[in-house]
Design a protein around this ligand. Structure first.
Ligand SMILES: Cc1ncc(COP(=O)(O)O)c(C=O)c1O
Length: 485
């Protein structure tokens, strides 16, 4: 056994880009909340709360969202195809509808066994299913050859950033506040994050003049800006972009020859207006001005983790490429091949997500009822949480628009900032830590996503059921303000 001093690896000898990367969604607060959860499970009685609420991460089934029955029934048959030899038992005793069996047989035909590797970019029949879904969604053709199935959208983003970033002078425009996958991945790649600020006073919309000035500054600093990320609907902001914003971004991308990465994982989590895809908008622009937008390269991503599906643990997702050079696509194929393939059961869930039961199918009524109940529940909880924030002193929060989050501004008394500094924390971190200690509710400080200088926020999901935890935030906030005023 080697002594500790003899170890090859220590904090100073590992990859320093990994060390530098920040991922607050699963940072110190999340770790502490897991310690509390364990302590409660072991019967701890010395904590001022009885349960931990993980409002730090969009993980619906951890917070009691039930999986959609049709999806899980099909998956159960994919995992254990022998059950298909007993159709009577499935239908008459377990209540499986005939379309469940049919879909399972079809998917088994497409993938063989879910225990086998698939093609590196995913099973062709499922990619075809995704292409057909995109055609229905956008009203424009989609090619299955341009669809890449991935282990969640995260792995798709990782692939795209690896391909886009050539060296440490490569830069990517990232919205601030943002989901930290982007800054963390760029950090690991030793590439440059070029932040552009979203407009809080305009419902967190994009402002091309802000994007332009970030771009100009980065170029003046010698950064080779190559791509722009847009998260729509937004995380952490919940903003759902109007078509005019999307057009303006595409226009800017055309002008500066930027690859557009449209993270659209929350496309069904929209409460206000409708989701408008980058793909549809690009195709419309191409129709309106033939030739002008042909060189725009767009990668758009989706996932089984969000929406009413909420199957984060199954790690399924895809991205579609539009306008990419076929030689680059070959390199992307090679890159994804290094990881062999996305989990095949997750690929099958992608098929189910994009091709759910339709009206008239035996499973449709139940599917619809479950889907609508989840949607309604999310909207109700978002509204209740928003209402609570409206009552809280120094807290401002726009009405919920979409995704799974609210991102209120908090104004804290100067004494709270002093107490935070004494602990070596930012004031929002300090606030979130005290909130966790007092209530068991784990949220993420705004600094984990980036925020304009001089502003403070926190992000909370509105996934947790019940209202007790919301009440506990209101009570905590009042006491916190009284203590530090
Ligand atoms: C904006 C955004 N993109 C991507 C992801 C990653 O999702 P997954 O890898 O589970 O598909 C998340 C997860 O929260 C997200 O919020």
């Amino acid at each position: 056994m080697g002594s500790e001093a003899g170890r090859r690896l220590n904090l100073d000898t590992i990859n320093q880009h990994v060390r530098a990367a920040k991922y607050a969604v699963r940072g110190e607060l999340a770790v502490k909340s897991e310690e509390y959860r364990l302590a409660l499970a072991k019967g701890a009685t010395d904590l001022p709360f009885k349960q931990v609420i993980s409002a730090n991460i969009g993980n619906p089934q951890q917070l009691d969202q039930k999986p959609i029955t049709f999806f899980r029934q099909v998956l159960s048959l994919l995992e254990n195809p022998q059950l298909l030899d007993k159709p009577d038992v499935l239908v008459n005793e377990l209540g499986y509808k005939p379309d469940v069996l049919e879909r399972a047989r079809k998917l088994l035909k497409a993938v063989g066994s879910v225990g086998a590797y698939s093609a590196s970019n995913g099973a062709p029949a499922i990619r075809q299913s995704v292409a057909e879904f995109l055609e229905r969604r956008d009203g424009f053709p989609a090619r299955w050859e341009d669809i890449y199935l991935s282990a969640g959208a995260s792995s798709g983003v990782n692939t795209l950033l690896h391909i886009i970033c050539k060296d440490s002078s490569s830069g990517v425009l990232v919205p601030i506040p943002q989901y930290p996958l982007y800054t963390a991945s760029l950090s690991v790649l030793d590439a440059q994050c070029v932040p552009y600020y979203l407009e809080e006073h305009k419902n967190w919309g994009t402002d091309v003049s802000a994007i332009r000035s970030s771009y100009d500054k980065a170029v003046a600093d010698g950064i080779d800006v190559r791509a722009i990320v847009i998260i729509n609907p937004g995380n952490p902001t919940g903003a759902s972009l109007p078509e005019s914003d999307i057009r303006a971004v595409l226009d800017f991308a055309r002008e500066k020859r930027l690859v557009v990465i449209a993270d659209e994982v929350y496309q069904t989590n929209v409460f206000v207006g409708e989701f408008i895809s980058f793909k549809r908008t690009l195709r419309r622009l191409q129709q309106e001005q033939p030739g002008a937008y042909d060189a725009v390269e767009l990668a758009s991503l989706h996932s089984v983790s969000k929406g009413m599906v909420g199957e984060c643990g199954h790690r399924g997702g895809y991205f579609e490429l539009v306008g990419f050079d076929p030689a680059v696509q070959n390199e992307i194929y090679k890159f994804v091949s290094i990881m062999l393939c996305a989990p095949v059961i997750g690929q099958c869930l992608v098929d189910l997500m994009v091709n759910p039961p339709r009206p008239g199918d035996p499973s449709y009524d139940q599917y619809r009822a479950e889907y609508d109940a989840i949607y309604r529940g999310l909207h109700e909880r978002a509204t209740a949480l928003h209402k609570a924030f409206e009552q809280m002193e120094g807290v401002e929060c726009g009405a919920p628009q979409g995704s799974m989050y609210l991102f209120p501004t908090i104004r804290l008394p100067p004494k709270a900032a002093e107490a935070a500094a004494a602990e070596g924390r930012t004031p929002d971190e300090f606030y979130c830590m005290r909130l966790l200690e007092a209530t068991g509710v784990c949220v993420v400080p705004g600094s984990g996503f980036g925020q304009k200088e001089g502003t403070l926020h926190f992000r909370t999901t509105f996934l947790a059921p019940g209202t007790e935890w919301v009440g506990s935030i209101v009570k905590f906030h009042r006491e916190f303000m009284d203590k530090y005023r």
